[in-house]
Design a protein around this ligand. Sequence first.
Ligand SMILES: [Zn+2]
Length: 183
Amino acid sequence: MPIASFARAVVAALSLPILASPATASESSSFSSTRVRAETAGMRQLIADGVAGSAAFRALVSIVEQSDLVVYVRCRLFPEHELRGRLGFLSAAGGYRYAVIEVSCYQPYSAQLEILAHELQHAVEVASAPWVVDAKTFERFYAAAGELVSSSGGTKMYETCAAVERAARVRRELRQIDLGGFK
Ligand SMILES: [Zn+2]
């Protein structure tokens, strides 16, 4: 689940619909986070189930919660078949930094939980690097901290061992609870 270092033009296109609807993101959910914001009811439920079912997942949300990073979570129909999720950096403004996690809508629910945990680990990585403030510094950070896994059309994809390990831990924890209620 590589991180996308979005091209500048893509960042601008992404930021408009996302930043337009942050306020109502968690109003109707029993779980509420001011930093991890779902764009839809489905993603809101995914976050709530991850928090309820996995201590490792809960810890990731907690770390982001205490940072200056606001992470929007949305479902995405990726044209690339192999891409299951990614984190992109949007902007820094008013003392906050904004990023977006996109989870593949095509994946089964349990897989979406793992993908979200994986991408939340990347969010924690970005949260721990306050000098990451735009697409350029985001890419510089992952060029140093991650491994370049693909590069095409101006978009570079990076991966980190920590994110792969974190998703595996969340998967183990979720298997220990009753997943019967999950879609
Ligand atoms: Zn990744």
